[in-house]
Ligand binder design. Structure first.
Ligand SMILES: [Zn+2]
Length: 282
């Protein structure tokens, strides 16, 4: 259950465990919590989540993702200047040294049947604009400014961008109409992940697939870096998945896990990738 309350002009919510519904308001917050943002570990299932995320309307403007990501840099610079500078230099060096394969493009080609594809949290439509011709690009983007830019960009491909929350956007899409759904760095932001996954399942045509990329809370780096781990973003990241919890939640709405090998959730990586499919009707 989610209750909404107004606090100093900004709307905050109080969430029960988004995985199993347990009320954890009386449990102490985890040490990873920051400022007013309370991270809780569910007393029943152990799922880690932000108990008091901002309401959707605050996400549209006040905590828009593009700003929220900037906030992490400011926090790291102020609180951990050494780590911040080292990490910047290291990232530049690594980019120069290793040209990463495009994991998303590879998975789309392998697992999405031709047809319409929706990118949830599509930003300015960067990825959708480059999709191969056999896919029609659709997007959902809560930030009005980013959605407008994406719409302009994709108008010549015949797609559409819904400027709304992911759950609303999916409900506006015709049931069983999508060949593929992209949830790249998105599910960790969604305050009702099971409803969202259910909506994604409904929007997919039988045989269609969803690609999910989220930070891996079980990664070694989270244990080593603690508060400095790159997966902690307040208040943007509201769900902290482990390979087990992600698998359980995705399967619970009806998906079949198609690809989620040890390499896809390797403990040395900060992120994990999953491909889940909606079964064909028998
Ligand atoms: Zn729980």
């Amino acid at each position: 259950m989610i209750n909404e309350k107004k606090d100093t002009g900004c709307s905050y919510l109080t969430r029960d465990c988004p995985k199993c519904g347990t009320v954890n308001t009386n449990s102490p917050p985890l040490a990873y919590s920051w400022k007013q943002w309370k991270l809780k570990s569910c007393s029943l299932c152990g799922f880690v989540y932000l108990e008091n995320p901002p309401g959707y309307e605050a996400l549209v403007s006040e905590f828009a993702w593009e700003r929220n990501h900037g906030d992490r840099s400011i926090r790291m610079k102020q609180e951990f200047p050494l780590t911040y500078n080292f990490s910047r230099v290291w990232k530049k060096f690594r980019r120069w040294l290793i040209r990463k394969p495009n994991k998303l493009a590879k998975r789309i080609n392998l697992y999405f049947p031709p047809g319409p594809v929706v990118d949830i949290g599509c930003g300015v439509g960067d990825y959708l604009a480059g999709l191969p011709e056999l896919y029609q690009p659709f997007g959902i983007e809560i930030s009005e400014d980013l959605a407008r830019q994406a719409s302009e960009r994709l108008s010549d491909r015949g797609g559409k961008v819904f400027s709304t929350s992911a759950i609303e956007g999916l409900s506006e899409i015709k049931k069983e109409s999508m060949s593929g759904i992209i949830m790249r760095s998105f599910l960790e932001h969604e305050r009702e992940p099971l409803i969202l996954l259910g909506g994604a399942w409904s929007a997919l045509s039988p045989g269609g697939a969803a690609i999910i990329k989220v930070p891996n809370y079980a990664s070694l780096n989270r244990r080593l870096m603690g508060n400095r781990w790159c997966g902690f973003r307040f208040p943007g990241h509201v769900n902290y998945f482990t390979p087990e919890s992600l698998r359980e939640m995705v399967e619970s709405v009806g998906f079949q896990i198609e690809k989620f090998s040890i390499i896809d959730h390797f403990y040395l990586s900060d992120n994990m990738w999953m491909v889940a499919r909606k079964r064909n009707k028998i």
